[in-house]
Design a protein around this ligand. Structure first.
Ligand code: UT7
Length: 330
């Protein structure tokens, strides 16, 4: 008997505090006009760490909503995968914090680091475990508090990112039609320098004299990332479609990583995606890294933009660099 993974629930969560473009004007040389026209971002949510908001608190809130939609409880989970580059701590993992908070006694859990591709990497891994029969039900999360890794003096990056979390529940099905049809995952470490966080890991820990706090933050060569993101998301989209002998015309809805509205427009133009067949929310949330795709999925599903039977294509690009695509039939 063959097994497949069916998507049965999604959820998302954001910190309370909203930061507008105008808020940045008081401490970096920027303007609401520049940020809106060059990125498409209007506002983003920023976690208040001192009030207990963190990657795990957002992930837990998103997971609870996804479990509720799936009509399951934590006890039903066999696997928890969290895509994040901003875990609350290295140990315990965010996955383990979730496991405890959700009472997911029988689940094994882990975090994975693939930057903005974390959710699709997690979805693909969970799908493999379900297909082998090792796991029945999995929780896949993309959750970030990138605001903790921002250099607030760097106008080229500080305006771009926001905090948030998205969750998805997959469960075993024997129906290949309504399932995760396929995923494609890619990495290219030779281009790691174009989007990186150089200090703060085990190579340059905080107690070494060469440690610089401003290097424990996001460093990005914006235009290089921009070009590669467009090209690789298009290529990855075409690759996963080709695996299934499909073309963009066969897709009902497209979800692209939310980094810059101009990147989305270029992907849409090349793949001939009309505006009504995609979800854009980066105006409200900015780039929430691994959280963008599950949040889009959650919003599009709950608001009826996607429905049972639809083929949904997702594509992403992230630091380090990583990129991925995934094709689901709801
Ligand atoms: O999640 C991973 C994927 N991340 C991405 O995909 C991000 C990809 N990159 C981008 O979205 C864009 O490259 C940025 C939004 C980061 C930058 O936009 P750009 O149109 O590529 O601008 P640029 O870097 O070429 O800079 C043009 C000018 C520069 O000024 P000069 O040197 O021409 O005087 C920048 O200093 O814009 C300046 N600039 C700003 N001006 C006002 C950069 N950031 C800002 C800012 N406000 N916030």
């Amino acid at each position: 008997m063959s097994f497949f993974s069916q998507l049965i629930g999604t959820g998302s969560a954001f910190p309370e505090k909203v930061m507008t473009n105008a808020d940045f004007e008081s401490f970096v040389e920027t303007s609401d006009e520049w940020i809106r026209t060059r990125t498409g971002i209007h506002t983003r949510h920023i976690a208040d760490i001192r009030k207990g908001e963190s990657t795990s608190s957002l992930a837990i809130a998103a997971a609870k909503k996804a479990l509720e939609m799936a009509k399951l409880s934590g006890k039903d989970l066999d696997l928890i995968v969290v895509g994040t580059v901003t875990p609350d701590s290295v140990m315990p993992t965010t996955g383990n914090l979730l496991q405890a908070a959700l009472g997911a006694e029988r689940a094994f859990s882990f975090d994975l680091q693939a930057a903005c591709s974390g959710f699709l990497y997690g979805l693909s891994i969970a799908d493999q475990f379900i297909r082998t029969g090792a796991v029945q039900t999995a929780l896949v999360i993309g959750a970030e508090t990138l605001s903790t890794l921002i250099n607030w003096q760097d106008r080229g990056t500080c305006v771009l990112f926001g905090d948030g979390a998205g969750a998805a529940i997959l469960t075993r099905t024997s129906d290949p039609e309504h399932s995760i049809l396929g995923t494609r995952l890619y990495s290219d470490g030779t281009k790691g320098d174009i989007l990186k966080i150089p200090h703060g890991g085990a190579k340059v820990p905080h107690y070494l004299p060469e440690y610089r706090h401003k290097d424990h933050s996001i460093h990005m060569q914006g235009s290089e990332v921009f070009k590669l993101a467009v090209r690789n998301m298009i290529d990855a989209s075409m690759a996963v479609l080709a695996d299934h002998h499909l073309t963009p015309e066969d897709v009902d809805f497209f979800l692209f990583h939310q980094a810059n509205v101009r990147i989305l427009e270029m992907c849409m133009k090349t793949l001939k995606v009309p505006r009504e067949k995609t979800w854009i929310n980066l105006d409200r949330y900015g780039n929430t890294s691994a959280a963008t795709l599950p949040v889009c999925l959650d919003e599009a599903w709950r608001q009826g933009a996607i429905k049972t039977g639809d083929r949904v294509l997702m594509a992403t690009f992230g630091g380090g660099v990583t990129w991925a695509s995934g094709l689901i039939r709801l």
